[in-house]
Design a protein around this ligand. Structure first.
Ligand SMILES: *[C@@H]1O[C@H](CO)[C@@H](O)[C@H](O)[C@H]1NC(C)=O
Ligand SMILES: *[C@@H]1O[C@H](CO)[C@@H](O)[C@H](O)[C@H]1NC(C)=O
Length: 249
């Protein structure tokens, strides 16, 4: 029992049973820092979309960001108190959503400021998330993290960006595994589903002319689960608008 880790004790206590039971992976080691204010830039969660993710968000280093495929995924994080008893808060964990990219800075050494340089796994967290697991004066702390399911309020959201024959659709507020691997689109005047290509962040791209058609999306997450949001975008849609579906993972 003495050797049982904090995480082991949490699991014995059934602490995690309220987590959505998808895609829980093994615990891995990384570090965490914090920033002030919400950030969703590199995932495309602009304006009000970032608010859907609440106060616990994080920018992921290149090693974790996976060229944007990790956008919208959720990670449970605990501070490693055996490595840093001074600054880690014990018996707490926080679940953050990946909403941004933490870029490398090659002019700084990766063990002194260049925290997000490859191949380092690193979470640059919102200050609220950081302060749930550590004392902010620490600046940087060792953590353990694992991927967990995401709980969202309401349905998925679809934001229509682009122009004419070029649609860039930001898909946000996705529950379940949270991170999207494939998207198909179907206009109401088109017979077949067409696969969309991943652009940057959580933007998915189509080069069809789709004005005047209602749009349906088929979304597949990293765990293979697939959901259809039928006619979520009405035929009079315009670029810049966001639509909420009533389906969720
Ligand atoms: C804390 O870090 C040490 C050293 O990297 C590691 O062996 C240990 O498993 C970590 N503890 C937790 C609770 O993850
Ligand atoms: C990289 O770090 C240096 C030194 O702190 C800083 O001056 C520079 O602005 C940083 N570059 C980026 C892109 O953040």
């Amino acid at each position: 029992m003495a050797k049982l880790s904090f995480i082991g004790v949490l699991m014995l206590m059934g602490f995690f049973t309220s987590e959505v039971r998808v895609t829980s992976t093994d615990w891995q080691q990384a570090h965490a820092t914090f920033y002030d204010g919400p950030k969703g830039g590199a995932c495309g969660y602009e304006n009000q979309l970032i608010n859907d993710y609440g106060k616990n968000t994080a920018a992921l280093s290149e090693a974790l960001f996976n060229d944007g495929r990790s956008c919208g995924g959720c990670y449970q994080i605990v501070c490693n108190a055996s490595q840093d008893p001074q600054w880690c808060l014990k018996r707490t964990s926080v679940t953050v959503t990946a909403t941004n990219f933490c870029p490398p800075n090659y002019s700084l050494p990766s063990d002194n400021g260049g925290w997000c340089n490859p191949p380092r796994p690193h979470f640059d967290m919102s200050r609220a998330a950081f302060e749930t697991i550590a004392i902010y004066k620490a600046g940087i702390v060792p953590i353990s993290y694992r991927k967990v399911g995401c709980k969202r309020d309401g349905g998925m959201r679809f934001t229509m960006n682009g122009v004419d024959y070029f649609e860039l659709v930001v898909i946000s507020n996705v529950g379940g595994a949270g991170d999207i691997w494939n998207v198909w689109i179907k206009g109401s005047k088109i017979e077949n589903w067409e696969s969309m290509s991943k652009s940057w962040g959580a933007n998915w791209q189509s080069s069809r002319y789709l004005k005047g058609q209602s749009l349906s999306f088929r979304i597949q997450l990293s765990d293979g689960k697939t959901v259809i949001a039928k006619d979520v975008v009405p035929s009079d849609w315009r670029f810049g608008q966001t639509f909420s579906s009533n389906v969720q993972f």
